[in-house]
Design a protein around this ligand. Sequence first.
Ligand code: DC
Length: 669
Amino acid sequence: MFSTAFLDLPPLQGASGTVTLPGSKSISNRVLLLSALCQGTTVVHDLLDSDDTQVMLAALRQLDCGVQVNGTTVTITGLGGRAWPTEAIEFFMGNAGTAMRPLTAALAVHGGDFTLKGVPRMHERPIGDLVDALRELGCTIDYLGNEGFPPLRIGQPRLQLDKAIPVRGDVSSQFLTALLMALPLAAQDRAITIEVVGELISKPYIEITLNLLARYGIDVERQGWERFVIPAGSRYQSPGTIHVEADASSASYFIALGAIASGDGIRIQGVGADSIQGDIRFIDAAAQMGAQITSGPNWLEIQRGAWPLQGITLDCNHIPDAAMTLAVMALYADGPTTLRNIASWRVKETDRIVAMAAESRKLGATVEEGPDWITIHPLAPGQWQRASIHTYDDHRVAMCFSLAAFNADQVPVRIEDPKCVAKTFPDYFEALFSVAHTEAANIPVICIDGPTASGKGTLASRVAAKLGYHYLDSGALYRVTAHAALQAGLTLEPVDETAIADLARRLPVRFEGEQVLLNNVDVTDAIRSEQGGMNASKVSVLPTVREALVQLQHSFQRLPGLLADGRDMGTVIFRSAPLKVFLTASAAKRAERRHKQLILKGFSANIDSLRADLEARDARDMSRSVAPLKPAQDALQLDNSSLTIDTSVDQVMIWWHSRQVFGQPTWLN
Ligand code: DC
């Protein structure tokens, strides 16, 4: 997951390959609650691991449900037939609507002493219509803040279930879903009728609820979309095992990707056209805009068809979440696209009509909006602007706008707060980068070099972490080469150059965080020793070894970008890198730092002899004929003798920013 302040997407040129999508959020949280309400044990496969499901799982644990997590398989032992905890419980619901609404209803119908709170945005999301319906049937619920909004306090109910229970259907279908899942708890000896007031929106989500209720033994009688009857004698039954489909809303980004990006097409694993999720109907809308889609059991394949895409006018009531993806596809169309009947966008994670309009305008688009509609005009080549996309803590805004990186003008797109995708798809950007491609020249590289003990490794890895970029410690490659050579019985004195170069050419090295693995064996400590450094220095003067490592070093230049640390990064390996930094510090300062490091590691050391060593090594490094230590001509010099690491990092970030102008640099605040 990218947990950086922002993520810069380089211009992307095409996409091909297969993505396996995480489980559906809507199905995951419903299945968790239903498994908790029934008697017996349910094994849930392919559960989504996200903020929203974590919120639900935490709540179920607080209720004393058995919860065992094993990767994406979760085993739930239900509360059916058991006593619920009697003490007061406070639940934290984050911003998870799919947990807040149904839990409120289930807790209120069962009764107890419960408080439900969330993040500030959750306290702005309306829940009054659900509370009204629950109060109507005799539940005790108080508002602890503003009338109509969480936080809530729940007490013991006095249920009156003889008359039909009215619930509004035109604000959020989650209210009806919540009642449908809670009321079977009270339907042992009587049928219960729910009556929808107003036009029911997002019907497909109700279909998911009914479908899953049936899997758990509750056969709701549906009379049109107005009346729902839970038959007398209904009782939750565990299905034993259940599989969660991949999220059809998450699929929309990759369906759009297949329609927008040139390439061999995209295959999506985990969900097919026969999905029970309403958002799967996004495929019809995408096809109308030009996508070529084929499907089989649990898979979809998408190719670019009509290009540019075709602008459409569509009532999106049946695909409220996936419809946001159409708004970004609209930027690539041949005429305007109007999405109608999307009032529910206004009460989601953020006001999504405002968000989609504002961010599309930043890219240069003309957008018109009304209370429940939005019209987006496409961007012709030459009209795309660099933009820093604000994401409003809304996963879908972040995922949608990543698709703008395929623009014809090859401008990069900055996504602010990329970790907000964790709500439903923590590894979204990794999945995108696994199928997206672009020419190497588009993938930014920042080179950092400097004399030994200048702190370039620390600086480079810190900047890499800030940008979400890959990190190449080229010195480690020479260290590993020397280590592998000695292990293979080769000698450094006299040097076995051809054999070492051969070995370097197919070096089985892998980096995992701070760890360096050779042939899957951890060699980190071995290569980081002083001896390891001396050996590396010996192999690094061999021209054929340097040549043999070029390809491996180039292979680190992957999306979204690279921090390359080492001797010839800016002068030989990544000559056209847009930012090169030559980091220096006085010999006295470097000796002092190295001394501190050694003492911390428990070695004894003398600061004066360390300084003499460093100066001798500088002289050797600068005068050696192969890859001498010298700044690239276009390198910026940074003397960090009197700077903290943070200040040095900030300086590099400022230089980087001045080369990547995305408007206001909010990340500097
Ligand atoms: O940065 P380091 O101490 O891990 O580097 C080990 C040796 O490899 C050192 O002598 C410098 C040399 N080196 C090189 O010649 N070219 C590079 N790109 C990186 C390191």
